[in-house]
Design a binder for this molecule. Sequence first.
Ligand code: 3HC
Length: 283
Amino acid sequence: MAIEKIGVIGAGLMGSGIAEVCARSGYSVLVLEVNQLLLDKGLNAIRTSLTRGAERGKITEADKTATLGRLRGTTNLADFNDRDLVIEAIVEDMAKKKDVFKQLDKICPKSAILATNTSCLAVIEMAMCTQRPDRVLGIHFFNPAPVMKLVELVKTIAVSPETVAEAKAFGESLGKKAIFAPDSPGFVVNRLLVPYMIDAIRIFEAGTATAEDIDQGMVLGCNHPMGPLALTDLVGLDTAMLVANAMYEEFKEPRFAAPPLLKKMVAAGRLGRKTGRGFYQYS
Ligand code: 3HC
């Protein structure tokens, strides 16, 4: 099946990034938010990102205009009735995700692929809310979605090989490499990355090293683009904690348990860049 029309549910950090990269790759993209205010915020973030790209000479003004022309917003899920592929990128709340999948299954064409961008939740549970579990999988993007070159394709035990092949071709059409991941918390990348991030928090919490030294250590000593605490600020401390909790719940390994400082910072609303404060302050 040729994928031409994409739907993105949620225009937050990940949803807007996914919508941007899809529109830039030539797809017609419809983005949904729960209200006009959040929708405008998401669409503005995409406009700003494209403007920055044009100013830096990464895309032409004509590309920017054409990309924006392929992008539409809505607050009505019923508008997704002509989409070939829908990517859900809402909050990591299983009840809410199940509800979205139930509704999408009724609204979207029978042939449409329904995907989730979840970082840690069981994709099979969402798939089983539909009459088409063979057409449901995880397509997991990385932050910032327009920049990072990977998508993880999360295969449930019910997804068909045809769906996986179509999703792989779609990921590659966005200029990304696709890897296959099991439907278990953390998939491949977060299963390795989150223990590293929470180990850095433990070192910081114990007073063993400053945040700056931990981050510089990994940037200058290992050539990572950013240190683990700055990365946790980018990803969101709440997201890091959700992934850690999901992995701990599943595998019961102490190394996956969220450190006390992470829990306290999340409780205090210090979620990283998105709230202006995490391990660092942001203006
Ligand atoms: N949207 C679009 N483009 C962006 C962007 C954004 N939000 N942020 C940065 N860019 C682009 C810039 O325009 C620039 O493009 P150019 O090189 O073509 O001019 C390029 O990315 C580099 O940006 P900057 O020069 O502003 O800054 P840096 O060189 O410091 O790069 C970074 C920023 C790309 C974020 C880099 O630090 C990096 O790769 N960090 C690691 C990110 C990472 O590991 N992400 C994965 C997190 S895990 C995850 O998401 C999974 C989830 O489930 C938790």
